[in-house]
Structures are given as structure tokens and as C-alpha cells.
Write a protein that binds this ligand. Structure first.
Ligand SMILES: [Mn+2]
Length: 313
């Protein structure tokens, strides 16, 4: 991947020191079982982002001015476990630098690493998963770091809330907490699921978006599309409310499997990422200090010296 700035923004908004936001591309597609190509997701996402308008009409803001540092892509692929550890270590490093950390995959197994890092740095976290698939198998095809297991660890170690689910194996019913699961077929009845899901969240919320949560009519370029998914504005309405009411500590977007003949999915992913940043920083002036509020005692560092902590990973 060529080193460039996120969305082609000017260099002054893309330096690590002054950026509040860090974007980590993770080009990994080692365990996908059907259509391959999620490793090409970050490049397609970045290309679409470069061709996107940076003024947000809905909020009248330009969130890129908060600064977005594009980290080197994580390309570790020797094993699913090694990839997860590389993601975990890199994410934790940027959290300790007081950044708002985001990642773009890659297949969903990358989120095992991101969630593990956030769970080690923040207290009492909720993981909000938007996904067509439950991803709750304890292991699959010999690995606990398979995409089919992406949320198993989170189901055991965090307050996991699953939204948009419409495909799972019967074995996953033994792991799933149905009270905190919002199945797609039930969400179409009315929108009371929105308040119900938010009521179940703790203050610190990490969001993982598997793009196959969207309906294939608007998001066909994903590894395992499933009919009956979410549409654009209902998803944004939900996310905006979550970002308003909770402290979003970070997020990832995964499973863009680009098709050169179908670019609209790349643009949906680009716009979704930008919208989520926009909602996060809606009430922050560019000159405001940013504090990601990680729990320094939990990870054993002195917050006042964290900027001299120079281990880059
Ligand atoms: Mn998934």
C-alpha cells in the first residue's frame, strides 16, 4: 500500500502528533470461507475516501480538521493468531498515545485484536456489533481466530450487543445472549429496538461494523452477503443516537470485499467511516484538547508521561 494521507487531506491534518484520530488499515483475509478479497478492502476504502466530499451536510462540519493519522497497514498474515496479536499490540500503542483509534479491515477476525486492546485499556466496555452473522463460534477450522469466531471472546469478556443478525449455526445459540441480540427480522416490525439496545449499553462503547449488516442491495461487495439487511438512513439514525448518548471509545469497519465493477460499496464504506467520525466529534472544536479517557491504572502507565512513551507499537 502506498503511503498517502487519509482521504487526500492536507499534510497539516494528517500528522501523528496533532491528529486526534488514528486509522489503522488491516489487510487480512486469511480465513474467509467463501468469496476472497477482504484483504483488498483497505485500499478500495482509501481510494473511495479520496474521492469523497469532506463537508458533512447533515452536521455542517468537516471532521477531518480534527486530524486523521493514517497508520502503516498491518500486513501480518503468517497465522490468524499472529495477525490478531499484531492488531492488538498496534491498537493498544495508539490508545496509550491518547488517540481515538479506528481500524479498517480486512475480515472480521481482526476485531478480536482491536476489542482485546480496548478491553484492556477501558473499564466495563460494551461491544456493539452490527453484523449479519453471529460470529460466536468458539473455534472454527482449527483456529479461535477465524472470522466465524470474531465475537466469541467479546461474548465472554465484554457486554456484547448484537444488531442485524440473520444467519447463525445452531451451536451458536448456546453462546448467544438472546436478550442482547436484535435479529433483523424483528427489527423490521418497529424501531423500539433502538432505545432497547442503547438502554443495555454501558458508558464505554466499542463499535464493530461488519459491512454485511447492510442489505446487499446497497452493499453487495462483501464476502458473505445475506438478504434482509439494514438500509443507510436507519443505520445512521441508530449510530448517531448511540454516539450522542454513549462514550464511543473506538470502532472498526470490516469485510469490504471490493469488486472493480461495483464501486458503490467502496463509497458506502468510505462515507460510513466519515459519518462515524463526524458523530464522534460533533461537539468538539478543532482546538479542544482530546482525552480518550483510557484507564491508565489498568494498563500501568502514568498518564502524564504517556507522550514520552515512545514504543511506537
Ligand atoms: Mn462478522
Amino acid at each position: 500500500m502506498n503511503k498517502k494521507t487519509y482521504a487526500g487531506i492536507e499534510e497539516q491534518f494528517s500528522k501523528l502528533d496533532s491528529s486526534k484520530i488514528v486509522l489503522i488499515p488491516v489487510s487480512y483475509d486469511g480465513t474467509s470461507t467463501w468469496q476472497k478479497g477482504a484483504d483488498k478492502g483497505p485500499d478500495a476504502f482509501l481510494n473511495a475516501s479520496e474521492n469523497m466530499e469532506l463537508y458533512d451536510i447533515e452536521t455542517k462540519t468537516e471532521v477531518y480538521r480534527q486530524g486523521v493519522y493514517l497508520a502503516n497497514a498491518i500486513t501480518e498474515s503468517s497465522s490468524p493468531e499472529a495477525m490478531v496479536e499484531a492488531v492488538h499490540k498496534t491498537v493498544k500503542g495508539y490508545i496509550k498515545k491518547n488517540k481515538f483509534v479506528t481500524a479498517f479491515g480486512g475480515e472480521h477476525s481482526i476485531s478480536i485484536g482491536t476489542i482485546r486492546a480496548f478491553n484492556e485499556c477501558f473499564d466495563n466496555i460494551t461491544v456493539l456489533q452490527l453484523d449479519a452473522h453471529a460470529d460466536l463460534r468458539e473455534s472454527y477450522q482449527g483456529s479461535k481466530c477465524n472470522h466465524a469466531c470474531a465475537l466469541y471472546e467479546a461474548s465472554q469478556t465484554t457486554n456484547l450487543i448484537q444488531v442485524g443478525i440473520r444467519s447463525m449455526d445452531v451451536i451458536e445459540t448456546t453462546v448467544m445472549d438472546e436478550d442482547k441480540t436484535y435479529f433483523a427480522h424483528e427489527m423490521t416490525d418497529d424501531d423500539s429496538w433502538i432505545d432497547s439496545a442503547i438502554d443495555q449499553m454501558t458508558e464505554n462503547v466499542y463499535v464493530t461494523v461488519d459491512l454485511d449488516v447492510f442489505d446487499p442491495s446497497i452493499m453487495p461487495s462483501t464476502g458473505t452477503p445475506e438478504p434482509g439487511g439494514l438500509l443507510w438512513y436507519e443505520t445512521l439514525d441508530f449510530l448517531r443516537q448511540v454516539f450522542e448518548e454513549k462514550n464511543i471509545i473506538g470502532f472498526d469497519i470490516v469485510e469490504l470485499c471490493p469488486n472493480p465493477k461495483e464501486k458503490s460499496s467502496d463509497f458506502l464504506a468510505a462515507k460510513l467511516y466519515y459519518k462515524m467520525l463526524t458523530y464522534k466529534f460533533l461537539n468538539d472544536e478543532v482546538d479542544d484538547e482530546f482525552d480518550n479517557n483510557f484507564n491508565e491504572s489498568k494498563i500501568g502507565i502514568n498518564k502524564f508521561s504517556k507522550f514520552s512513551d515512545d514504543d511506537d507499537n
